[in-house]
Design a protein around this ligand. Structure first.
Ligand SMILES: Nc1c(C(=O)O)ncn1[C@@H]1O[C@H](COP(=O)(O)O)[C@@H](O)[C@H]1O
Length: 162
């Protein structure tokens, strides 16, 4: 059974990160949510990053805002794929601080960075990573994509009636 670890720097990130939780639950993928901060709980960060792969996680989604070091530090410690969610938090200047501190990783330590507050896409990407080796999840993603397509087709039909 696949499992995604969803972590964030503060409880104040939860309204954004909830979208990753919801979409993964919609794909029937197990999630475990936690608060881990590189700055405020460095020991917990180290423990989480070092041991996540032994705890049955397949992918880690890490969201943080401002000086968002959490995703990169987790990626430095873990052999698992890490998806970073830049959060436009209250201590963010305009969101670029969050984006750039997650995006501009040094060579050798990738973080797959989604858009500002893009937790939904982080969840979908995590499901797609799992789906590459899990036909059941892959089939659910195909259904999801078909749903996206049908929504656009329906919208186009509605627009033509106007
Ligand atoms: N960027 C980080 C890290 C980290 O990178 O370890 N820990 C907390 N934070 C961020 O600080 C912002 C404000 O947090 P508070 O609302 O708790 O003051 C949050 O967006 C959090 O992700």
């Amino acid at each position: 059974m696949s499992k995604v670890g969803i972590i964030m720097g503060s409880t104040s990130d939860l309204p954004v990160m909830q979208e990753a939780i919801d979409i993964l639950k919609g794909f029937d993928i197990e999630v475990e949510v936690d608060i881990v901060s590189a700055h405020r709980t460095p020991e917990k960060l180290f423990d989480y990053g070092k041991n996540a792969h032994e705890r049955g996680f397949n992918v880690i989604i890490a969201g943080a805002g401002g000086a968002a070091h959490l995703p990169g530090m987790i990626a430095s410690l873990s052999p698992l794929p890490v998806i970073g969610v830049p959060v436009k938090s209250r201590n963010s200047i305009d969101g670029w601080d969050s984006v750039l501190s997650i995006l501009q990783m040094p060579g050798g330590v990738p973080v797959a960075t989604v858009a500002l507050d893009g937790a939904k896409n982080a969840g979908i990407l995590a499901a797609q990573i799992i789906g590459a080796a899990d036909k059941c999840v892959l089939d659910k993603i195909l259904v999801y994509k078909e749903g996206l397509k049908q929504k656009v087709i329906k919208g186009a039909e509605e627009v033509k009636k106007k």
